[in-house]
Design a protein. Structure first.
Length: 446
């Protein structure tokens, strides 16, 4: 068996890559110095005093919440040096009024399924990051179309949010907000949407720029879109049995700024919609919706939040039932001059095996310098990795985080280590090994 000694690009070793380090979550609470180093934050003297004070106030909020025994926990993330007002003004401004789809809401046949998770089928791309641009609506739109396209054509293609931000100017307003239904309509009228590789996201600073002319060749089309009957949990379940669904929530409270893990069931988050996200599944036994956000993998459960199903408000927790919708994938677009789509990740469960049992084709048995254990690792396809096995524990995610001395990049299962106890990664005999502050890798112990 061949073993490769890889340099962990996220560790404080020979290769330091702050950007890649900051793409992984921290432990729930760390010191100011650890947080600042992890996210590569630099301030002048007066700014640092202000940011440190705000960070410590947020940590107090986190510690108080976690001591109260709720079903969900808070933790530090990339937003922890921001006041609530600063955070809201940058990340939650999708306040556009919803206009019903042609034909009105669709009444779907209720689903007999008790749980759905489209991540396990390969219908969901890696978590993305809108950064300092109010483009959540674009990320929700691409996420639901990526899922619909996968289910219709068996191709998972990361689609271009930047095309929507820069080119959809009829009703949507780029970094100033928009609506998923408007974006579905734009894609239908424009004739399609191109891929993330061909038209990458560049509006993270909050400035959207100009639409490319001509546009790169399209990779997906929209035939139409459907609104799900609002304020009805059974109808959202039925829609999720078909594929991922765009939803809107109110996310301007501290619950969303500091969410770390667990089932968020707080009615206090409100129902005044200001943020577009993507529902990718549900679990009736656990009584939660699985929701993909666009704030990067350092937020929440590796970029996801579980919202409680039970609510005294007809709009659901944070208004998640208020205006669900999803696109109907169209026909494959005709051939164009641009390169083919980004290679899609493999299905859950086909990668990251124990080398003792043999690695699949296209994987290498990997042993990372300074970390005990080994695992089978596939190469990164750009920055995309095959999905994690369906058996992984919460908080474990597949990430492109390893690099050889020759520059080749490989995937690994990342995790959040603990000083208090051994953290199980899910697959038998696989545990979380600390690689840096708050960052771990899952390796097999044999």
């Amino acid at each position: 068996m061949m073993f490769l000694a890889l340099l962990l690009t996220l560790a404080l070793g020979a290769l330091q890559t702050t950007t890649e380090l900051s793409s992984l979550p921290l432990e729930e609470v760390v010191s100011w110095e650890q947080w600042r180093e992890h996210f590569g934050k630099k301030y002048d003297r007066l700014e640092e005093l202000h940011r440190k004070k705000q960070f410590l106030e947020n940590v107090n909020t986190i510690l108080k919440h976690n001591a109260e025994g709720h079903s969900w926990r808070m933790g530090v993330n990339q937003f922890s040096d921001l006041s609530g007002d600063e955070w809201v003004s940058t990340y939650t401004n999708n306040t556009f009024k919803h206009t019903a789809a042609p034909g009105g809401p669709e009444l779907l046949k209720e689903s007999p399924l008790t749980s759905v998770d489209w991540r396990s089928t390969g219908a969901v791309t890696a978590v993305k990051n809108q950064e300092q641009c109010g483009s959540c609506w674009a990320f929700s739109t691409t996420g639901s179309l990526e899922g619909a396209w996968f289910n219709a054509h068996k191709e998972l293609i990361p689609l271009s949010e930047e095309q929507l931000v820069q080119c959809d100017r009829g009703q949507d307003q780029g970094c100033q907000g928009g609506l998923m239904d408007y974006a579905f309509s734009y894609i239908h009228t424009a004739g399609g949407i191109t891929g993330e590789t061909e038209y990458p996201y560049t509006s993270g600073s909050g400035v959207r720029g100009s639409c490319h002319n001509p546009l790169p060749a399209f990779h997906a089309t929209v035939a139409s879109y459907k609104d799900v009957s609002p304020n009805n949990a059974l109808q959202l379940q039925a829609a999720l049995a078909i594929g991922p669904v765009s939803v809107a929530v109110e996310a301007d409270k501290s619950a969303w700024q500091h969410y770390s893990s667990g089932v968020m069931d707080s009615e206090a988050c409100g129902t005044s919609l200001d943020h577009g996200v993507l529902a990718v599944g549900f679990d009736t036994e656990g009584a939660y919706w699985i929701v993909k956000n666009s704030w990067g993998a350092t937020w929440g459960e590796a970029g996801y939040i579980r919202l409680g199903m039970t609510s005294s408000n007809r709009h659901g927790i944070c208004g998640v039932l208020s205006q669900p919708s999803y696109p109907i994938a169209g026909d494959s677009p005709g051939p164009g001059p641009s390169p083919g789509p980004t290679p899609s990740p493999g299905p859950a469960g086909n990668a990251y095996e124990d080398p003792a049992d043999g690695c699949s084709a296209g994987e290498e048995a990997i042993q990372v310098q300074g970390i005990d254990g080994d695992f089978c690792s596939p190469k990164c396809a750009g920055s995309v990795c095959p999905d994690a096995p369906a058996t992984v524990a919460d908080g474990v995610a597949a990430s492109c985080v390893l690099q050889t001395s020759e520059g080749d990049k490989y995937c690994a299962l990342t995790c959040q280590p603990s000083f208090l106890h051994e953290v199980q990664c899910g697959p038998a005999n696989m545990t979380c090994k600390r690689a840096s502050v708050g960052v771990g890798l899952c390796t097999y112990d044999d």
